[in-house]
Ligand binder design. Structure first.
Ligand code: NVA
Length: 354
């Protein structure tokens, strides 16, 4: 049966209030991305070489859509995820359909990257990539609805000029592809640990003034602490660390060690190495390492979403007392992310938000 290529209708129904402060409380409401018309992001060659797998560098040019079969299958997987979440009582919203070829954009499949939800605030990330400067347009109808429902929208207030970030004359690079000439951060470079603690990393898309910008946006009730994963290609921390609940996290043993986390808010946590991912050639991982396997979404104290074929991750989670929920997601992974990237928590149940 052919997949219906029509984009999902944007959802306009009223949400409950936005409220989420960690990565593990029971998920009540979220955004699930949409893959329609996803394009390879056309970024500067220095950025692509710093962050993307070498064998795919040549694809990141203007006007190059992801293969239609990958996009169709990814859309089917995202619709499947939305249906699975709804069957478990989670309220799901979808982004507005956008023609990214017309806007020189990338995708609306990865809502995690552009917004950090903290308490009842949705904080807009001043993303570094030029191809993502219009991504907000896919989410604006939802954000307006959340605002009407009492959420606080915090726009980045940063000019979307990305050209300056790649200007080598503008300052020290610290080994990153971008300089520090304007604040830049992607929300997926940060994880919320509850209690006002946010951990994150510098990366090829997050600079030091970006971290300061986030600190200012969050204000005195929050502490943003940087971790230092050993990842020369760093872009988004959610394939390096995966908090499962207060006091328990999986780490990527190629990038982090419990010793490296000794002076961080995770110092007293139980830290377990994530299982090594299986190499695969199809569908291709155009934009990430195989460690995308640890980009999980925790639904609460019992359930975690796992790629349907990932036996090792399921076995580990079962040993930890979880029921893994298997969901096919390999084509979404081809577009650059897995369950954490392809969703945005809007509300997790907590006494603090009642
Ligand atoms: N840049 C990371 C993926 C983050 C979701 C990686 O390739 O491992």
């Amino acid at each position: 049966m052919r997949h219906d290529p029509r984009p999902a209708e944007p959802t306009t129904r009223r949400s409950t209030r936005v409220g989420s402060d960690n990565e593990w409380d029971p998920l009540e409401e979220c955004v699930v991305g949409t893959a329609h018309r996803s394009m390879f992001p056309a970024e500067d060659a220095r950025m692509i070489r710093a962050t993307m797998p070498r064998e795919h560098w040549h694809r990141f040019v203007a006007g190059n859509p992801f293969p239609a079969d990958i996009v169709d299958n990814a859309q089917r997987e995202l619709d499947g995820l939305a249906a699975l979440l709804e069957s478990r009582g989670v309220c799901v919203h979808r982004p507005h359909a956008v023609d990214w070829s017309r806007l020189g954009g990338y995708t609306a499949a990865m809502p995690r990257d552009g917004f950090l939800v903290v308490g009842d605030r949705i904080v807009e990330a001043p993303m570094a990539w030029r191809s993502r400067r219009n991504e907000l347009s896919a989410y604006l109808p939802l954000i307006r609805a959340y605002e009407q429902d009492g959420a606080t929208w915090v726009p980045s207030g940063v000019s979307r000029d990305s050209a300056c970030l790649l200007d080598g004359a503008a300052g020290p690079h610290d080994g990153w592809a971008i300089n520090d000439s304007r604040p830049a951060w992607d929300a997926a470079d940060f994880l919320r640990l509850g209690g006002g603690i946010v951990v994150g990393q510098l990366s090829h898309v997050t600079n030091r003034s970006g971290v300061e910008h986030l600190r200012e946006r969050l204000g005195p009730g929050y502490r943003v602490q940087l971790l230092e994963p050993d990842d020369p290609h760093a872009m988004h921390i959610d394939a390096s660390l995966c908090p499962l609940r207060e006091g328990l996290a999986l780490y990527n043993p190629d990038r982090l060690t419990p010793r490296a986390l000794r002076h961080t808010p995770l110092r007293d946590w139980q830290l377990l190495p994530a299982p090594a991912p299986k190499r695969r050639s199809r569908p291709p991982l155009y934009m990430t390492s195989p460690w995308i396997s640890m980009n999980l979404l925790v639904l609460g104290p019992e359930h975690v979403l796992v790629e349907a074929a990932d036996e090792d991750m399921c076995a580990l989670l079962e040993r930890l007392g979880y029921q893994p929920l298997r969901c096919p997601f390999r084509h979404v992974q081809s577009l650059g992310g897995s369950f954490h990237c392809a969703t945005l928590d809007i509300r997790r149940r907590s006494d603090r938000h009642r």
